[in-house]
Design a protein around this ligand. Structure first.
Ligand SMILES: Cc1cc2nc3c(=O)[nH]c(=O)nc-3n(C[C@H](O)[C@H](O)[C@H](O)COP(=O)(O)OP(=O)(O)OC[C@H]3O[C@@H](n4cnc5c(N)ncnc54)[C@H](O)[C@@H]3O)c2cc1C
Length: 555
C-alpha cells in the first residue's frame, strides 16, 4: 500500500452525518477520544431530516446545544398541525392537530423542534470540533476493515492527499448511512422491507405565503388526481422541500429535471406561475429494515447503517441519535475500565426492539397517508366536496404527529437494567399516550427542581454520569453511593431531594414521579434511563447498591 501511516485511536467513527457527529460529541463529553472520518468534503447541504423529537432535544440539551437548535427551528406556530389538501390553492381536505410536534412542557424541559439536516449538521460539527478529544477528518473514506480479538484495523483513504492510511482502533462505530460499507464488510444483511417506494426529495425556494399565511402547518399533504406528495416548510419563510413519488419501472431519477420538479411543485401549489428556485434534487428509497445484527465483535452499527425507517413520522435520525446515546456511555465504561466488556452486549438487546417498533409505526403512518390518497383517488374528492371516506382516512391518520408515547415512552425491558418487579404503566395507546414513570428501563421523568437557587429539570442532573437520587430521608443511600463510586472509580453524582437536601422540590412532585418513599432511591444511567430503583430504605444500602451496579455494568 502506498504511503501507509499507522495511527491509533480508542474509537473510530465512520460517517459524519447527524448520527456520526452525535457520536463524536457524546464520546467527547464522556471523556473518550475518537476520530470521525467522513468521505464528503464537508457536512450535507441537502435537507432530509426535519423533526427533532423531544427525547433528541433532551439529549442535545445535555450537550449544551438546545438553544442553538431552537434558533434553526421552524417557529412553533408551524408545528401544530398537518394539512391535507388537493393543492395549496385548492380544496382543503382536513387537518390533524399534532401534539407531539408542538410539545408538552409538563413532560419535558424542552420542546421538539423542526429544522433541516443541512442546518443541524453544521451545529453538531462545530460542537464536536470544539471539544477536546474529538477529531474530525473530512474527505476521508473508510475503504477496508479487519478485526481481531484486540482491536480493529481500518484502512482510510484521504481523498485530498490521495494517501492511504492504516488505523488501529479498539472500537469502530459504523455510522455510514443506508449503504453502509461497514455493514457490508461485516456480512450483515437487512431484515424487513426494502424499496417500498421511490421518491425524489426536492429542495427549493419559493414564497408560498399567499396560500398558507393564515394556516401554517408542519406538512401539507397534497392529494389529487394530478399530483400526490408532500410540501414541507423548513424555516417558515422561503425554504421548502417536497417529496415526489415515482415508479422506478417506468421512470428513472434522470427524468426528474429541475423543470419537471418545478412543474410538479406548481401543480401542488395550484398556481402555474409561482416563481421557484430549485436548489437540489435527491432520490431516495423508502424502506423499513433493521440490520441482522447491530454489533459484530468490536464493530457497532448505528443510525441508518443499522436501520432505515420510513420518514413518515420523522423517527429515522432520532432513533439513530438516541441509539448513539445508549451506546456512548457503555463504550466509555469499558474503555475507562469502570464497566465490563459484557455491557456492550446490551446495546443490541436494548435498541433492536426500539428500532423495530419505530420502524413498524412509521410504516403504519405511511399506510395511513396512502389511505387518504386512495380515498381521494377512488371517490373523487375534488374541488367541490370532501367525502366521508376521505374524512375518515384523515381522522384515522391522527397518530401521525401524535406520538408522544413513542417519543418518550420507549423502555428497555432487558439489558443494563435491574427490574424491580413493578409493571409498566397501562396506556390506552402506546403511540399517542405517555405516562411518566421511573420504572427501571424507562426514561427518568422530568420534574422541576431547584438547585443552588436555580430552577432546573431533574433531567439536567444526568450529565454523562450515573446519578443516584433519593428522597429527603435517603442519606444512607447517598453515603453508600459516594463510597462505592470512589472505590470503583465510577462517575456518579448523588443528590438528596427535599427538605435539607442538595435540591428542593417546590412542586413536591419528585417522590410521586419517581415512585419512591422519602427513604427510597433510584439510580439513573448516564443516558437518562433508570437502571435500578428501591422504593424503600434498605438495611444494607452499600451491598444493595453494589449488587445493582454489578448487574448494570456487566461485572
Ligand atoms: C425525505 C426524508 C425525510 C426525513 N425526515 C426525517 C425526520 O424528520 N426525522 C428523522 O429523525 N429522520 C428523518 N429522515 C431520516 C434521516 O435523514 C436519516 O435517518 C439520517 O440522515 C441518518 O443519519 P446517519 O448519520 O445515520 O446517516 P447519513 O445521514 O446517511 O450519514 C452517513 C454519512 O456517512 C458517510 N459515509 C458513507 N460511507 C462512508 C465511508 N466508507 N467512509 C466515510 N464516510 C462514509 C456519508 O457520506 C454520510 O455523510 C428522513 C429521511 C428522508 C430521506
Amino acid at each position: 500500500m502506498d504511503n501507509v501511516r499507522t495511527v491509533e485511536t480508542p474509537v473510530l467513527i465512520v460517517g459524519g452525518g447527524p448520527v456520526g457527529l452525535t457520536a463524536s460529541v457524546l464520546l467527547a463529553r464522556l471523556g473518550v477520544p475518537s476520530l470521525l472520518v467522513e468521505r464528503r468534503p464537508g457536512v450535507t447541504d441537502h435537507p432530509r431530516s426535519r423533526l427533532i423529537n423531544t427525547r433528541t432535544v433532551e439529549v442535545l440539551r445535555s450537550c449544551g446545544l438546545e438553544s442553538a437548535f431552537e434558533e434553526i427551528s421552524l417557529p412553533k406556530a408551524w408545528r401544530q398541525q398537518v394539512i391535507y389538501t388537493t393543492s395549496l390553492a385548492g380544496k382543503e381536505l382536513g387537518r390533524v392537530k399534532t401534539d407531539a410536534w408542538a410539545g408538552d412542557a409538563t413532560l419535558s424541559p424542552v420542546l421538539p423542534l423542526i429544522s433541516s439536516q443541512d442546518k443541524m449538521e453544521p451545529l453538531l460539527r462545530e460542537c464536536a470540533e470544539g471539544l477536546p478529544g474529538a477529531e474530525l477528518r473530512f474527505s476521508t473514506e473508510l475503504i477496508g476493515l479487519e478485526q481481531d480479538e484486540r482491536g480493529v484495523t481500518a484502512t482510510l483513504l484521504d481523498h485530498q492527499a490521495q494517501r492511504k492510511e492504516q488505523l488501529r482502533t479498539s472500537y469502530l462505530i459504523g455510522a455510514d448511512g443506508a449503504g453502509s460499507f461497514v455493514r457490508r464488510q461485516l456480512g450483515l444483511g437487512w431484515v424487513g422491507q426494502t424499496g417500498i417506494a421511490s421518491l425524489m426529495n426536492v429542495y427549493f425556494l419559493a414564497d408560498l405565503s399567499p396560500w398558507i399565511a393564515d394556516r401554517p402547518a408542519a406538512l401539507y399533504w397534497v392529494s389529487s388526481k394530478g399530483v400526490t406528495g408532500v410540501l414541507a416548510p423548513l424555516d417558515g419563510e422561503e425554504r421548502w422541500v417536497c417529496q415526489i413519488g415515482y415508479n422506478p419501472e417506468h421512470e428513472s431519477t434522470g427524468d426528474f429535471t429541475p423543470e419537471r420538479c418545478a412543474d410538479w411543485i406548481r401543480a401542488a401549489v395550484g398556481d402555474a406561475s409561482v416563481p421557484l428556485n430549485i436548489l437540489s434534487i435527491n432520490p431516495w428509497t423508502l424502506s423499513s429494515v433493521i440490520a441482522e445484527r447491530l454489533r459484530r465483535g468490536r464493530v457497532f452499527l448505528v443510525g441508518d447503517a443499522a436501520h432505515q425507517l420510513p420518514p413518515t413520522g420523522g423517527f429515522g435520525m432520532n432513533t439513530g441519535m438516541q441509539a448513539m446515546h445508549n451506546l456512548a456511555w457503555k463504550l466509555a465504561g469499558v474503555i475507562q475500565g469502570w464497566a465490563a466488556p459484557r455491557l456492550l452486549d446490551t446495546y443490541e438487546l436494548e435498541r433492536v426492539p426500539v428500532a423495530r417498533y419505530n420502524s413498524e409505526k412509521s410504516l403504519e403512518n405511511f399506510m395511513l397517508v396512502a389511505r387518504v390518497n386512495a380515498a381521494v383517488m377512488a371517490q373523487g374528492a375534488g374541488e367541490t366536496e370532501v367525502d366521508d371516506e376521505t374524512r375518515a382516512a384523515i381522522r384515522g391518520a391522527r397518530r401521525y404527529g401524535n406520538f408522544i408515547g413513542m417519543d418518550l415512552g420507549f423502555a428497555y425491558a432487558q439489558g443494563a437494567v435491574v427490574p424491580d418487579g413493578s409493571a409498566p404503566p397501562k396506556v390506552a395507546d402506546d403511540v399517542s399516550r405517555y405516562i411518566p414513570t421511573a420504572r427501571p428501563g424507562h426514561r427518568a421523568p422530568h420534574v422541576p427542581l431547584v438547585k443552588d437557587g436555580r430552577e432546573i429539570s431533574s433531567l439536567d442532573l444526568f450529565d454523562f454520569r450515573f446519578t443516584l437520587l433519593t428522597g429527603a430521608n435517603g442519606s444512607a443511600w447517598i453515603e453508600a453511593g459516594r463510597k462505592l463510586a470512589q472505590a470503583r472509580g465510577l462517575p456518579l453524582s448523588a443528590y438528596r431531594i427535599g427538605p435539607y437536601g442538595e435540591l428542593s422540590d417546590p412542586a413536591a412532585r419528585f417522590l410521586d414521579a419517581y415512585g419512591l418513599s422519602s427513604q427510597g432511591a433510584v439510580l439513573v444511567r448516564p443516558d437518562g434511563h433508570v437502571g435500578w430503583r428501591s422504593r424503600l430504605a434498605s438495611t444494607e444500602p452499600g451491598p444493595t447498591l453494589e449488587r445493582a451496579l454489578a448487574l448494570l455494568l456487566g461485572r
